[in-house]
Design a protein around this ligand. Structure first.
Ligand SMILES: [Zn+2]
Ligand SMILES: [Zn+2]
Length: 147
């Protein structure tokens, strides 16, 4: 999808809109991103800073002397990455309201890549919405399993 896309943090406090010109994104495997997100890799969409408008400003963590990472102080969602004094910014693909709009075109930081997690398509696969123990917890709370 191309055009104005929206996204934000898990609790909904921080929201953004981005002018997206193409559906190309990438995976960063670097150790800094692993520590910052808790994931084995993180999917980013690279944009011009001028293409991103924050409806509510995020907090910025100086993850190194040369870069900062936007996040929400309330829920902790990692929202992106930007080198200081750069006119570019990465937004986390998962923070977009529709992450399926993007596809990966490159791997970065591959010196720290955990190869065993790259292709998990051969492993047993389960849907949350078909896992009885999870469904029961939501039903006990009087709710449906969220998508
Ligand atoms: Zn939040
Ligand atoms: Zn990285």
């Amino acid at each position: 999808m191309v055009g104005t896309m929206s996204g934000g943090c898990q609790c909904g406090r921080v929201r953004y809109t981005a002018q997206v010109a193409d559906d190309e994104a990438y995976l960063c495997h670097c150790r800094m991103c692993q520590r910052a997100t808790g994931g084995v890799s993180i999917a980013f969409k690279n944009l011009a800073r001028a293409e991103v408008a924050w409806e509510c400003e995020p907090e910025w963590f100086a993850s190194s002397p040369v870069a900062k990472r936007p996040f929400c102080r309330e829920c902790g969602t990692p929202l992106g990455f930007a080198f200081d004094a750069s006119d570019r910014i990465d937004l986390t693909v998962g923070s977009f309201d529709d992450p399926s709009a993007f596809y990966p075109t490159a791997n970065f930081g591959v010196e720290s890549k955990h190869a065993a997690w790259q292709d998990t398509s051969h492993l047993p696969s389960h849907k949350v919405t078909e896992t009885a123990s999870v469904i029961q917890r939501w039903q006990d709370a009087g709710l449906e399993v969220p998508e």
